[in-house]
Design a protein around this ligand. Sequence first.
Ligand code: 5GP
Ligand code: ZN
Length: 130
Amino acid sequence: MSTHHTPERSAHLSEPHCIFCKIVQGQIPSKKVYEDDELLAFHDINPWAPIHFLIIPKTHIASMAQLTPVHEGVMGRIMVKAGELALKAGALPYPEGGFRVVVNTGRHGGQEVHHVHVHVLAGERPWQKI
Ligand code: 5GP
Ligand code: ZN
């Protein structure tokens, strides 16, 4: 029946071959930092810094290049959560400590996983990547 919208809608929210969608769905394990209805934060499997986790929207968005005004809420929430979670993960406070936020986008941007994610890096230097 035309009233059954749920399967069509959920098909747009995740991509079957996306590793971060699989992490959201629990099909691939992760070390979770934080989770709520629309966000997930988990430690990077190959950290560049003493503290390195990723924050993602639970819905599949390929990259920052696909963002539209409908994503302002969730992406804004990710930016606000970044500093709070960095402190909880052990980052020293601003300004002596602090953290770095990185969003790689596309091939020239160095993006490897095509589900938008915000890297949060912190801890004593040197780091493996600048
Ligand atoms: P990108 O280069 O796309 O900005 O970053 C992708 C990041 O995802 C990399 O830092 C990589 O280590 C991390 N990553 C890739 N696969 C997995 C995984 O299965 N689990 C976790 N926790 N991190 C992953
Ligand atoms: Zn995805």
